[in-house]
Design a protein around this ligand. Sequence first.
Ligand code: PLP
Length: 353
Amino acid sequence: MPYPKLVVDTKKLAHNTRTLAERCAARGIALAAVTKVYCAFPELARVQAASGVAWLADSRVENLAKLQDIPLPKILLRLPMISQAEDVVALADLSFNSEIATCKALAAAARKQGKIHDVLLMVDLGDLREGVWADRAVETAGEILALEGVRLRGVGVNLTCYGGVLPSSANMTRLVEIAEAIEKRYGVALEIVSGGNSSSLKLLASGGMPSRINHLRLGESVVLGFETAEGTRIPGTVDDVFTFAAEIVELQTKPSLPVGEIGRDAFGQVPVFEDRGWRRRAIVAAGRQDLRIDAMRPRDEKISILGASSDHMILDVTDSSREWQVGDAVEFNLAYGALLAAATSAYVTKEFV
Ligand SMILES: *Cc1c(COP(=O)(O)O)cnc(C)c1O
């Protein structure tokens, strides 16, 4: 298969998924596997679905459409667009919501399709991305409960996505209190209390998660074995499920300082250079169109990334113990941003092994 390519070790993906699904299950938590970082490739979602998860979750309706053959309930994580209400009802079993206007559109679409659509009310506990402010949660729940065609299945929170707010016993307890206040006020039972994303795992491991939290949506921790907010590796997981490989198209010895007057580069930046003398430099055929170079590192730790333009990435291979040749492929580990870009790029071949 042609380079550049994204190679996925499905055994390792299964290992990470099962490890975290079991860790969650031990605390009464159902795991939703979040597929958006790998564009919901069905080959990979199927592996996750067979590894102990209860749900598949994605931000995009287009991705959920690819997963319809997999017999697990699906969650739409991003607040639905009213313009997509029909598709949301058709393709998602549960959607996360904070707007009554949207819930009304979902209810109408559900009635039209002869369905009941499940809704989870998102509560903003300070991170300032989606969710009703906590003091509006009970009232909003009442408005959802009054709609015919949707069913309020629970409440949830998202943290460490915009404001960087970390999950804590305090904000998780607040979410549980909101769930209980809704139950008491309207005489209903809320089945799901969804306590966040990968950044909630640390609180879970420390024993600080209230027992009523019974649902997590995990993407990064499962696919990369890493959690960005705390900057920690997740114990028991592997970090090389995904390998990016790009082919060397030039290998030359050149000075480390450009020659001539310096203007802006292709991305509007004035580049800065350090004089390290003459260096062995490799150009690989991949670039910013496919990747985020600040979110990846060569597997060979003696190689460093010097920079990239749209289609060329420049590496310093002087210190590598391998005799690199033009035509060789260099392998990289990817962090979240680079994986997201590589999975999305039409120029990157995907290989599942
Ligand atoms: C993307 C997303 C997740 C998964 O986040 P990770 O940090 O990758 O685990 C969970 N919930 C929502 C609402 C999301 O948008």
